[in-house]
Design a binder for this molecule. Sequence first.
Ligand SMILES: [Zn+2]
Length: 390
Amino acid sequence: MLTPLGLSPSFGFGDRLGLATPGHIAAVRGTKFAPIFAQQSVRENARTGRTPQQVMDDAQRALEAAKWDAPWGADADHLKALEDIPPFVEAGYTFFTVDPGEYVDNSADTDSLDRLRQKIMGFNWEELSALYLHEDGGQAWGRFAGESLMRATLKYGKAIQHAVAMFKRLSEAKDQFDFEMSVDETDSPTTPLEHFFIANELTRLGVRFTSLAPRFIGRFEKGVDYIGDLDALDAELAKHAAVTAYFGTYKLSLHSGSDKFSVYPLIAKHWGERIHVKTAGTSYLEALRVLAKHEPDLFRKIYSLGRERYETDRRTYHVSAKLDLLPNTDDLPSLLDDFHAREVLHVTFGSALVEFGAELKAALVKHETAYYDGLKTHFDRHLSLLKEQG
Ligand SMILES: [Zn+2]
């Protein structure tokens, strides 16, 4: 049943090839997670040449074959502009992730006080200071002083206004839907106090949101584990969870959630049931693992194209792999366990699909059992770490 999932713990299975859903079903069945089986961003659709309707159809076909009858969702991911909305509404999506990252002013973190005072004139400062600068004791996530409120307002104020506009447009088109605001792809991390500000402003402005994706500290790169100080992240995630518990109306959402094995126990401990995790690239990498084992010639072609395209294709992603650090090996499956090779293969998926898409899909159909088994094993590892309680 395709439906909004509300506050249930949930897990997003992006599938760029349209062939992975049977493996996703096998992994998620019997867990506490409500699945998102169709999930694609506007950027991914552009790179895979698929439409929101095709992504939906591919998921639905697999769900019918597997006789899935529990709730599931479809996520229109990283919608940036009003005109991004209609094709996803028409295709029946239930979860809308709005990314107002282009409206986030990252320089507000470091602007001088004079500059802050100039910039704040575009906002209703009197109202905001009356709302946020009162004399209550501090909360776990801190409290505002004049300067920090100015920085938060400038950093996220316009992004919040854009999210409100997107929510209004969606509300005109649909009665019931999950709404997420994500700022995960911005340069500067979202402090717990800024998270409080965003949640409070959205609530005050009438946005009924199901989840929020802050930009957390450290690096959440695609298809590889967390890079950063885990103790610092642990403390930070606890404070974000305190903000969420204060409101009690939404979940925290982890984007680029593939392969963040060291982080899952922390979010399971702090966020509990109020959790949404998005993955996408890792299902593509599992497809390449099948090729590395069973179709080495095709894998070699894709890997070689990836090395050619990496410096260009990486520009819209936060990745740090280096071509000169790629391992020199004939053991092709081992490349899928190497940090640099994974990122190179991951961010060049669009180029690989343009060049070898048909061959790649045919190979996966031929080796479908291996693909589904690989996906199940890989996602079992994700989901079991996410349900552990600390
Ligand atoms: Zn994201």
